[in-house]
Every structure is written in C-alpha cells, then in structure tokens.
Design a protein around this ligand. Structure first.
Ligand code: IMP
Ligand code: MG
Length: 182
C-alpha cells in the first residue's frame, strides 16, 4: 500500500502529538458542559477513537453516515443521509467530528440538519482542512492540520474504500487516481 503514495505527510507520532494538543483544548472548552460528539463515518473512525480517549470529560457519542463522494476523488455536492433519525441533541453542546474539510458540502449539510434538532451549540472539529476556496463555507473550530489541495489517504481516509487502515497520512499517487477515472 505504501508504494501507492507519492509521499507521507504526517506519520503516526506526529498525528498523535497533534491530537494531544487538540484534546487538551477541547477538554478545556467543554468543561461542565453537556457534550455530545457526533462522528461522521467512516473516515473519522481512527481520528475519533484516538481523540476521544484523550478527552477526560463525560460525553455522549453518536455516529452519522452520509454518502457524498460516490467512491471517487471528486465531490458531487449531493449529500445523502443514511440514517432516518437524528441523535437526541436538544439543549446539548454538539462537537461534529470529520476526517477532512474539502469542498465543505458534507459538513455544511450535516450542520444544517443538526441545527433543526435544537442543540445548544454546534462546533466543528476536523483532522485535516484543505487550503482552497470551498463550495460551501464551514467554520472549523478545531483543525488538526491545514494541507494543500491534494488527495490524501490513510488514518481513516480512503480512496475507493481502500487505504483507511494505513497508520499515517500520505498523498496518493496521481497516476492511480487518473487510472481509476478512465
Ligand atoms: P467535502 O464534502 O468536499 O468537504 O468532503 C468531505 C468528505 O470527502 C470527507 O469526509 C472525505 O470522506 C472525502 N474527502 C475529501 N477530500 C479527501 C481526500 O483528500 N482524501 C480522502 N477523502 C477525501
Ligand atoms: Mg471518503
């Protein structure tokens, strides 16, 4: 799998060190608050597991699953929710976790939908944020790393459902993306 990468961006130790910092900030911000973490599956699985174990606060955890990429590296703009019911977040502080902020479609659609469920607040936490002009504006309150606009895989992030289990994050070879598009 590693041969499919152009280069490694963040190794495991670097990711975990950054999670220590993010978790410390989140733990400070949400002291004595009714916190519900909502993780967006499948991409945020590793991030969620490693981040939440560093947050020593009482919290509830829910997961949401949406389809927006249709297995390819281009986003479609259409976000389909796979659950009918939303978690009960009335009066709770919601922290929305996702792997990466790219076009903004996914997190903007989820945030809009969660807002209809009367939470006390909603904040967004992403491991990666691409530096680019987004189709939809999303304020990310906690960001692990800002990256260039390149397609990355590993540590939960996939290309056509592969590479999620790599323990580090790297840039996928462009010839592999091009080959799958033809
Ligand atoms: P957005 O809706 O364009 O912001 O994209 C959000 C979703 O697209 C993420 O949750 C990822 O699943 C996927 N995605 C966007 N960029 C990448 C990438 O570079 N690698 C892998 N998945 C990505
Ligand atoms: Mg994906």
């Amino acid at each position: 799998m590693q041969g499919d990468l152009e280069r490694i961006l963040f190794d495991e130790a670097t990711i975990l060190r950054r999670l220590d910092e993010m978790a410390a900030k989140i733990s400070e911000d949400y002291q004595k608050q009714d916190l519900t973490v909502i993780a967006v599956l499948n991409g945020s699985l590793m991030f969620m597991a490693d981040l939440l174990r560093r947050i020593p606060l009482p919290l509830k955890l829910d997961c949401l699953s949406v389809a927006s990429y249709h297995g390819r590296s281009q986003t479609s703009g259409e976000v389909v929710f796979k659950q009918v019911a939303l978690p009960d977040i009335v009066d709770r502080h919601v922290l929305l976790l996702d792997d990466i902020l790219d076009s903004g479609h996914t997190l903007a659609a989820i945030r809009d939908k969660l807002e209809t469920a009367q939470p006390r607040s909603i904040r967004v936490c992403v491991l990666l944020s691409k530096k680019k002009v987004r189709a939809r504006h999303v304020d990310a309150d906690y960001v692990g790393f800002d990256i260039e606009d390149e397609f990355v895989v590993g540590y939960g992030l996939d290309f056509m459902e592969q590479y999620r289990n790599l323990p580090f994050i790297g840039v996928l070879r462009k010839d592999l993306i091009a080959a799958s598009a033809s």
